[in-house]
Design a protein around this ligand. Structure first.
Ligand code: GDP
Length: 444
């Protein structure tokens, strides 16, 4: 997960000051020395770091903070506020044209994740906003870029406009816009060419596309793994094209975070989205305050809830609760529930959104083994319908069959059945407790 080193260091530094009943100016200064080092190590631009430290120190040694009832917590709040400002302050939303289609031009260096992000963005617009996008394949130079976009389009069941690689991007964009207007698309997302380095010829071509497409947004896709380079790339693209927003990709990787934390301050371009994985649903609108909370270990419950709202079926959740209450919970329900949790995204990302999860070091190694989950799935899928409903009928010979069918061992099958029974027992106790509570006392 991105920012891990930075998050660890900031959290342990802040932890020391958080609980203090009395904080002195010297305490703040000492803390800021550590924060400064943590930021520099995360590859944040040194001017940005200097400015940040100055602002936080000024506010934190102010009398209203040091003399407050909870000075330690107030200092943490100041850091959180300033980190949020550094990341862009308010969320910066996508522009919308006064009449459709809204045109979005995607630009960036080769390999930054432009084509992937084009697909993800289209998916986001359709799934979250219920809008109809037209994808446009205008990267005629990178071998297979057109095909890559077409494949993504098929996978998402979204239309892709392409004219092959022998037609100029300007002509492709012109024709695509005509089609989008005639067929009433809400959005046109143009995937343009990238190079390995900034290149005059490319910039000229992008300027021409910009001129005829008149985009409402020019989104620069940058790879957050490239650290300070990402900031330089953003400055160059912005100078030549007038970029309107940034998409930071690969924030799921172990980037140190320098790009995310410097880009707004250096270029004044807002980060609009963050790429959190290779899959088509791994794109999150960028919320500076939520990201700041994640970095400081305060969790990001809002994003978690939003994810749950789009992936968890409410009716099913209610049904499940009922089953838990009346003890009719089966292996099938177990499987389905696991599937829903999985749809929320990789477990370590989810964990990063829980408040204080960073502090629970042990959790990092526990129960986030995706492989283990696939094994459990395989075992349950090798059971017959009756076995899933009534695990008590699973005899030794049935266990052997299930183990063979799933490619796992009999011990693993035993362990899963035991876990399932334990879980049911726990549910029974819990519902007993609830009933007891209603009568006015706990029962154990
Ligand atoms: P383009 O040359 O800019 O169009 O780059 P691509 O869209 O082909 O992406 C380059 C590589 O980065 C591909 O392997 C993508 O799967 C991967 N990629 C893109 N975005 C992300 C992301 O947010 N996270 C991760 N882990 N990989 C990504």
């Amino acid at each position: 997960m991105a920012f891990e080193g930075l998050a660890d260091r900031l959290q342990s530094t802040l932890q020391r000051i958080r609980g203090k009943g009395k904080v002195t100016e010297a305490d703040v200064k000492e803390m800021m020395r550590e924060v400064r080092l943590a930021l520099l190590e995360a590859d944040v631009n040194f001017r940005v770091v200097k400015d940040f430290i100055k602002k936080v120190t000024e506010r934190a040694v102010g009398q209203e903070v040091l003399k407050s009832l909870t000075p330690g917590q107030q200092v943490v709040k100041v850091v959180h506020d300033e980190l949020t400002t550094l990341l862009g302050g308010e969320q910066s939303k996508l522009a919308v044209g006064t009449k459709p289609p809204t045109v979005i031009m995607m630009v960036g260096l080769q390999g930054a994740g432009k084509t992937t992000t084009t697909g993800k963005l289209a998916n986001h617009l359709r799934k979250k906003l219920n809008r109809q996008p037209l994808l446009v394949a205008a990267d005629i130079y990178r071998p297979a870029a057109i095909q890559q976009l077409e494949t993504l389009g098929k996978q998402l069941s979204l239309p892709v406009f392409s004219m092959g690689d022998q037609v100029s991007p300007v002509e492709i964009a012109t024709k695509a816009l005509e089609k989008a207007k005639a067929e009433h698309y809400d959005y046109v997302i143009i995937d343009t060419a990238g190079r390995l380095h900034i290149d005059e010829v490319l910039m000229e071509e992008l300027q021409q596309v910009k001129e005829i497409a008149n985009p409402h947004e020019i989104l620069l896709v940058v790879d957050s793994m490239t650290g300070q380079d990402a900031v330089n790339v953003a400055e160059s693209f912005n100078e030549k094209l007038g970029v309107t927003g940034v998409v930071l990709t690969k924030l799921d990787g172990d980037t140190r975070g320098g790009a995310a934390l410097s880009i707004k301050a250096v270029t004044n371009l807002p980060i609009k989205f963050a790429g959190m994985g290779e899959k088509m649903d791994a794109l999150e609108p960028f919320h500076p305050d939520r990201m700041s909370s994640r970095i400081l270990g305060m969790g990001d419950v809002l994003t978690l809830i939003e994810k749950a709202q789009t992936t968890v079926d409410e009716e099913k959740a209610k049904e499940l609760q009922k089953k838990m209450r009346d003890m009719s919970f089966t292996f099938d329900d177990f499987l389905e529930q696991m599937g829903q949790v999985r749809n929320l995204g990789p477990l370590d990302q989810l964990l990063g959104m829980m408040p204080g999860a960073g502090k629970m070091k042990g959790l990092k190694n526990v129960s986030i083994d995706e492989k283990q989950i696939s094994h459990v799935e395989a075992i349950i899928k090798s059971m017959t319908k009756l076995e899933r409903e009534q695990p008590e009928i699973i005899s030794a010979s049935r266990k052997r069959r299930i183990a063979n069918g799933s490619g796992r061992t009999v011990q693993e099958v035993n362990r899963l059945i035991k876990q399932f029974e334990d879980m049911k027992k726990m549910m029974k106790q819990m519902s007993g407790m609830m009933k007891g509570k209603k009568k006015g006392g706990f029962k154990f």
